[in-house]
Write a protein that binds this ligand. Structure first.
Ligand code: SAM
Length: 339
């Protein structure tokens, strides 16, 4: 189809492409193509002359008309099936519900709708056990539960059946990571494959991140992820976080406690490991009729027991967990010993 486009010398093409994108002028429905020395960038409407002048590039840039091939868009799930089945994407694996009707048809549709998808599995169990993992039933594609998931500019290699991972905490991880300042020390008590630790390490601000997990598979993937993301200041430790409180007594400016079903058992250890003035991010699951009160009481009792002063900084709902149940976070500061 004939379209207006910007003809730009190859060496300047990326700069121009970005400017067109930023100004919502690049036409994403057509394929960019090249000749020997030029790139042709399709545009949605004629580019204002002023913008072209501002580019201050070579005088070889021109607006011309050319034939373009359309970009073929994959069909939508709704278009294929007539409905939108519930599903979750982790890397190139799609997870559907085991109770769903017509699993094979849904899997075929998912593989068509997401061209990069390799595998479709159905969850066979809830998140369970000490290591918080799930069981899956293979449905279609490549028979594997290992994948690489991209989140917040990081890559995480993981095995869905051997390690815990949920993409639903991506925004929460970003929120916590943004609180870390230059020179801070962080303890990620239940680190899993490292989505908090690696994101924090990527900013380059933290002096040290101690990432602990009791699951040997989680630590093995965490070590792979440290290499994959080219970060260096993380110590990956396979251990029960409960027993590291004397080694890291008063060590951390931030402690992340992402083990929602039993974090309260680890409160004393976390409070011992935080520096005076440091912050603990305490995650738990609570009913809607007592979202924060009971947990704040447990936090206060634990601080009291250890002779520390506790200041609740923030209480928030992270996500809905089950009917009338919420995954919540309480952020609290632990101050100097009480006298
Ligand atoms: N923070 C990670 C994330 O956001 O993906 C993982 C969170 S997952 C809910 C909790 C993790 O705690 C699991 O990887 C589990 O193996 C680990 N875990 C359970 N008990 C532990 C313990 N006593 N000490 C250290 N890690 C533990």
């Amino acid at each position: 189809m004939e379209r207006y486009c910007i003809k730009v010398p190859t060496k300047e093409a990326e700069k121009v492409r970005r400017i067109l994108l930023d100004n919502e002028l690049l036409d994403g429905d057509f394929k960019i193509f090249s000749s020997t020395n030029f790139i042709f960038l399709p545009i949605v409407r004629l580019v204002p002359l002023q913008l072209l002048k501002e580019l201050q590039l070579s005088n070889q840039i021109e607006v011309v008309k050319k034939e373009f091939d359309p970009i073929e868009k994959p069909p939508t799930l709704e278009g294929i099936l007539g409905f939108n089945p519930q599903h979750e994407l982790i890397g190139n694996v799609a997870i559907i519900d085991s109770e769903i009707d017509q699993k094979k048809e849904v899997a075929n549709a998912l593989l068509k709708a997401y061209p990069k998808l390799k595998t479709v599995v159905a969850s066979k169990s809830p998140v369970q056990g000490e290591f918080r993992v799930k069981k899956y039933e293979f449905v279609k594609g490549e028979c594997t539960t290992e994948t690489v998931h991209k989140e917040n500019g990081c890559k995480f290699t993981l095995d869905l059946e051997k390690t815990y991972f949920t993409p639903r905490l991506a925004t929460e991880r970003q929120r916590v990571a943004s609180n870390v300042c230059k020179g801070d020390k962080v303890i990620d008590m239940f680190a899993g494959v490292g989505p908090y630790s690696i994101l924090i390490a990527k900013s380059g601000l933290a002096e040290k991140i101690v990432a602990i997990d009791k699951n040997p598979n989680a630590i093995s993937y965490l070590k792979k992820n440290i290499k994959l993301n080219k970060v260096e200041n993380i110590d990956a430790i396979e251990a029960d976080a409960r027993y590291l409180s004397s080694k890291y007594n008063g060590f951390a400016d931030h402690i992340i406690m992402n083990l929602p079903h039993s974090a309260y058992e680890f409160l004393d250890s976390a409070i011992s490991m935080v520096k005076a003035g440091g912050i603990i991010y305490y995650y738990t699951i609570n009913p809607e009729n007592n979202l924060f009160g009971a947990s704040i009481k447990q936090i206060n009792e634990s601080c009291e027991r250890l002779g520390k002063e506790c200041i609740i900084k923030e209480e928030r709902i992270v996500r809905s967990y089950a009917p009338h149940q919420y995954n919540i976070c309480i952020e609290f500061r632990v101050n100097n010993d009480k006298v």
